[in-house]
Design a protein around this ligand. Structure first.
Ligand code: NDP
Ligand code: 2IT
Length: 449
């Protein structure tokens, strides 16, 4: 990475000092500050009025106790978080994550990334993120419900259609959003559909929201290939993870005629040379909520399951990391490059380490950061908010059509911005600058708040 200017280096040092022990947050901020070198050189006014310092400081951080009862009557305690990062463009907007690794630094990095991502969608949404260190694995349906109700008992006072609109993320899908919406409705005595997105179709959800993140990431990868007059048809692909984003990225890649030969979960990965059987994967992951090893057991011959291995060892031309942060390291990137990867688009938030990104960029592999490539999820959440506000419900075709247009626009904005700032093909720089400028313009207009 290039040296930061003295001013940006001082901001970086202060962010690190003030948020000690939060390496993921430092990582996300450092990347954006490096992109801002070029902005400040061209437009010094963006460094006035402590604008960059303010953009790195969350507007509000809420941390709370979440007590809940398991099926045997034992009391457990988890910690809940909501980081309301930036509301210059609209109400705070971003998912809720339930995973034992959650801490304030992780939620802060996600909220910071979300601010720029949401700006890139062009929709009127600010940035926020929340979650808990609750581990949903192995919990009964009733335990999940009680946890969601307890979580919302505190969260409800901080959110609202015009304030903050949470959605799903790791460990939070349709089931959890349903329980949280039910609890919110009861606590507030209001049918305020626009307070949460990712809702079920029977109570105000949007068609295509479930599919949106994965579909959008696959579409983004396709647009990247198009810049080299190339496509995805017949390409060998790997998608890491096997959750919401991974499943629908696989579905769209298959629709484009690509061959997805591997996917993973936190216990291992499968290689299916004939192409992943998506019906079986959905049955195992979405319906039965089982481990990926079941895929090999049921699909049988010809399928390999590698316990604890790295899915990036599999040879491919297209790689979509769709599991979690820092899941693809420098050594994985080198292996992928050696094996001939052409395009890497992040379906997850910050799945590639800075070293991995450097390897891709130096090797001229097309690389897109999550804040651009996975923005289709939150963009479709904003479409859900539009439908809720107008008490309307759009068809799948209309909603997915809007998503396609939005992904194309984000791709083209990032590419054009990178070019304007002297780094054609650098989607990291393009996304960071295009997102920053939108948020910064609004913040300048709103004064020091
Ligand atoms: P899910 O909970 O549906 O799936 C997560 C998948 O990633 C699972 O296969 C899980 O495996 C794996 N995974 C999670 N944590 C780890 C870990 N620490 N190590 C290895 N594997 C892990 O979540 P989503 O698909 O919704 O989210 C995936 C990523 O996409 C996240 O980074 C999220 O922030 C991002 N994202 C999600 C959006 C959405 O709309 N849902 C929108 C934009 C980004 P296992 O089951 O074994 O834990
Ligand atoms: O990281 C993300 O963009 C999400 N988890 C989705 C957020 C949303 O509000 O739909």
């Amino acid at each position: 990475m290039p040296q930061l200017t003295e001013r940006l280096a001082a901001i970086q040092a202060e962010v690190h000092r003030r948020n000690a022990g939060e390496p993921e947050f430092h990582q996300a901020v450092d990347e954006v500050l490096h992109s801002l070198n070029r902005v400040v050189a061209k437009h010094p006014e963006y460094a006035d009025m402590a604008l960059i310092e303010r953009i790195c400081e969350p507007e509000r951080q809420i941390i709370f106790r979440v007590p809940w009862l398991d099926d045997k009557g034992n009391v457990h305690i988890n910690r809940g978080f909501r980081v309301q990062f930036n509301s210059a463009l609209g109400p705070y907007k971003g998912g809720i994550r339930f995973h034992p690794s959650v801490n304030v630094g992780i939620i802060k990095f996600l909220g910071f990334e979300q601010t720029f991502k949401n700006a890139l969608t062009g929709m009127p949404i600010g940035g926020g993120k929340g979650g808990s260190d609750f581990d949903p694995k192995g919990k009964s349906d009733l335990e999940i419900m009680r946890f969601c109700q307890s979580f919302m008992t505190e969260l409800h006072r901080h959110i609202g259609e015009y304030t903050d609109v949470p959605a799903g993320d790791i460990g939070v899908g349709g089931r959890e959003i349903g329980y949280m919406f039910g609890a919110y409705k009861r606590l507030t005595n209001k049918y305020e559909a626009g307070v949460l997105t990712g809702k079920g179709l029977s109570y105000g959800g949007s068609r295509a929201r479930t599919e949106a993140t994965g579909y959008g990431t696959a579409a983004f990868a396709r647009h990247m290939m198009e810049t080299r007059k190339d496509g995805l048809e017949g390409r060998k692909c790997i998608v890491s993870g096997s959750g919401n984003v991974a499943i629908y990225a696989i579905e769209k890649l298959q629709e484009y005629g690509a061959k997805v030969i591997a996917c993973s979960d936190s216990s291992g990965y499968v290689v299916d040379k004939d192409g992943i059987d998506l019906d079986l994967l959905k049955e195992i992951k979405e319906v039965r909520r089982e481990r990926l090893s079941a895929y090999q057991e049921e699909r049988g011959k010809g399928v390999q399951y590698i316990k604890d291995g790295s899915v990036w060892d599999v040879e491919c031309e297209v790689a979509l990391p769709c599991a979690t942060q820092n899941e693809l390291h420098g050594k994985d990137a080198k292996k992928l490059v050696k094996n001939g990867v052409k395009v890497v688009a992040e379906g997850a938030n910050m799945p590639c380490t800075p070293e991995a990104i450097e390897v891709f960029q130096e090797s001229k592999v097309l690389f897109a950061p999550g804040k651009a490539a996975n923005a289709g999820g939150v963009a479709t959440s904003a479409l859900e908010m539009q439908q809720n506000a107008s008490r309307d419900s759009w068809t799948f075709e209309k909603t997915a059509g809007r998503l396609d247009e939005i992904m194309k626009t984000i791709h083209d904005d990032c590419a054009a911005t990178a070019e304007d700032y002297g780094a054609p093909g650098d989607y990291v720089l393009g996304a960071n600058i295009a997102g920053f400028v939108r948020v910064a313009d609004a913040m300048r207009a709103l004064g020091v708040v």
